[in-house]
Design a protein around this ligand. Structure first.
Ligand code: AGP
Length: 612
């Protein structure tokens, strides 16, 4: 949440900062701002709204070859110009941008006010600028270190100081920060996306580290109780195609990422399937056959869509490996003082690898001696590092706030895990081979569904016109319904509630009217007849239906009424949920499009939730 970019070198900083911010905008788009340091001191421009507006409105003389920028997702105070970052000391000495939350901000603000400081904004961040300006330490590094030692909470920060125009000082505690190395120029950023056009030589800071960045290089420090202590951290070349961060010919990142799913699915499976022994190879798991046999339970932890796909994964693991498995919202986990069992495998699921709720859940598990792995997309991210082992998703960068391709790869990663857990138990060689064959077919089947997008459009138009909807499913279809409702809510702002189909008649059926459509997940499984019976109960009360199902499922006279049908290809029953999910992505996308909404930047949200 929120994005930071910084530049110091031989070029004018402002255009590079604006360009970098536009690539970070998915991380927060309530306001944006930049500060540059030049011969005449610091200059700041900031504005509520989009980066584009900030760029267009920059004063003509906004020169400086060092600068910092920020795109904000509001935590403290409304999204207005004053609360936008960078924040300053009000005297042109210090400018700071900050990701994260300062927990003791209220006390620090009160102390500053008592000293006669006039605070301009409602933010937690502003205290940093005043405190650094007031510090009597000699170097900027010592000033920043002194101030950060008084901060409780999380931060990725970057400081400019008029008395030290040759440097940017950055620090990290809980919010990512990296240094990018160029030719006589250096970058800082919270995310590779901001700098990848200029450099792929990168050094990631760890929590508790600080760096001085000048045009000629960088120096890193550990923030010890006694102050900053120099440490060596080398920049490394990262293998990433800058085009992966572009929407290219697609009208949005979400559309691009939906269509990348077949290729993404191939990537997560590549090199991991062992056809001969009917199992999978997961090098990063660090669990041998004995360890795998000792696992008595699997608990998947994630937030939002990562939680819902975790529910799909739990059902899959239980069904294939016959190991009890369940999923829980990582955001609730540690608050119920969970019992951590030594023979449970805890699986932290996260696209970004930054979601703080999931990260804290992993820390809670480790603190209590539990065994956690990560199922993560972003290599080297906080959750991946905290877990220390796991399965990378290889989905490529996911920029759209609404997760699609990462979610699909999460499901496939669970299938690979289930295969391994199953093969050291009762899953036979023949069953293992059957699962592998079905997995190999999935990329093509996903493509087949994507190819039907045009046929889904009229249904999406109707959904866009509804104020409120139900999504229903049973057992392995229920998490699909939850994810479908989530996608629709997220990008089209329709009110969508997911229920177990079996629960409808225990209450929610009262809401069925001709104005409330129900999207029903009806795979051709052991529950198909019961599912269809429930659809009749809805139709009998005038409720319009959209049924996501398999070819050959007989909906009888329902199809003569207000009932649309979307079909997905059959797979193994255990793998059905991911194929049933794809049309729901399309449906949500097209509904949002019909409503003319900004699909990649939905209201109030941001990619990567790095605050509690
Ligand atoms: C997905 O469409 C949502 N934007 C959101 O629920 C997301 O899945 C959740 O915040 C978890 O993110 P993560 O996978 O990066 O941890």
């Amino acid at each position: 949440m929120c994005g930071i970019v910084g530049y110091i070198g031989t070029q004018q900083a402002a255009p590079l900062l604006i360009e970098g911010l536009s690539r970070l905008e998915h991380r927060g788009y309530d306001s944006a701002g930049v500060a540059v340091g030049g011969a005449t001191g610091l200059r700041v421009a900031k504005k509520a709204g989009r980066v584009r507006d900030l760029g267009e409105g920059l004063p003509k003389r906004f020169s400086g070859k060092a600068g910092i920028g920020h795109t904000r997702w509001a935590t403290h105070g409304p999204a207005n110009d004053v609360n936008a970052h960078p924040h300053t000391d009000g005297k042109g000495l210090v400018a700071v941008v900050h990701n994260g939350i300062i927990d003791n901000a209220a006390a620090l603000r009160a102390a500053l006010s008592a000293d006669g400081v006039e605070l301009a904004s409602d933010t937690d961040t502003e205290v940093l600028a005043h405190m650094v300006a007031a510090s009597e330490q000699e170097s900027l590094e010592d000033k920043v270190a002194e101030v950060l030692s008084r901060i409780e909470g999380t931060y990725g920060v970057a400081f400019l100081h008029a008395d030290f125009p040759d440097r940017i000082v950055v620090a990290r505690n809980g919010s990512p920060l990296l240094v990018g190395v160029g030719e006589k120029e250096m970058f800082v950023a919270s995310d590779l996306a901001a700098v990848v056009r200029y450099t792929t030589t990168i050094a990631h800071l760890d929590d508790g580290e600080m760096a001085t960045v000048t045009a000629g290089g960088f120096t890193t420090y550990r923030l010890d109780a006694t102050g900053p202590a120099a440490i060596e951290r080398r920049a490394q070349s990262v293998d990433i195609d800058p085009d992966a961060y572009e929407a290219g010919e697609h009208e949005s990142f979400m559309l691009k990422e939906m269509y990348e799913q077949p290729a993404g699915a191939e990537s997560v499976l590549r090199g991991r399937l062992d056809e001969r022994f009917g199992t999978s190879h997961l090098g990063g798991l660090g669990l041998d056959a004995r360890d795998l046999r000792e696992i008595k339970r699997v608990k998947l932890l994630g937030c939002g869509s990562a939680y819902y796909v975790g529910q799909m994964g739990a059902a899959l693991i239980e069904e294939l490996a016959r190991v009890p498995a369940d999923a829980e919202a990582a955001s609730e986990f540690r608050y119920r003082n969970p019992i951590i069992e030594p023979d449970t495998l805890y699986v932290a699921v996260s696209q970004s690898g930054e979601t703080v709720d999931t990260l804290l859940a992993v820390q809670e598990i480790k603190r209590k001696g539990g065994r956690a792995i990560g199922v993560v997309n972003v290599v080297g991210s906080a959750i991946a590092r905290e877990a220390g082992r796991g399965i990378y998703l290889h989905a490529g960068p996911e920029v759209a706030v609404a997760s699609t391709k990462a979610l699909t790869n999460m499901f496939l990663a669970f299938a690979l895990l289930a295969l391994q857990l199953g093969r050291v138990r009762d899953l036979s060689l023949a069953q293992g081979k059957e699962l592998i064959a079905a997995l190999n077919e999935l990329p093509g089947q996903i493509q087949q569904i994507l190819d039907t997008a045009d046929a889904i459009e009229p249904i999406a138009q109707r959904i866009a016109a509804a104020e409120s909807l139900f999504f229903i499913g049973r057992v392995r279809g229920f998490p699909v319904a939850r994810e479908g409702a989530q996608k629709l809510k997220e990008i089209s702002y329709r009110h969508a509630e997911a229920y177990q189909t079996s629960e409808l008649k225990h209450g929610p059926l009262a809401l069925i009217t001709p104005e409330l459509p129900t999207v029903a997940i009806v795979p051709d499984d052991e529950l198909v007849e019961r599912n269809v019976a429930a659809l009749h109960e809805i139709a009998a009360r005038g409720g319009p239906l959209v049924v996501v199902t398999h070819p050959g499922v007989d909906l009888g006279e329902l199809e003569e009424g207000d009932c649309s049908r979307i079909e997905v290809p059959r797979s193994l029953r255990a793998l059905d949920p991911i194929l049933l999910t794809i049309p729901l992505q399309i449906l949500a996308y097209q509904a949002a499009q019909a409503l003319g909404l900004d699909i990649d930047k939905p209201r109030n949200l941001a990619k990567s939730v790095t605050v509690e």
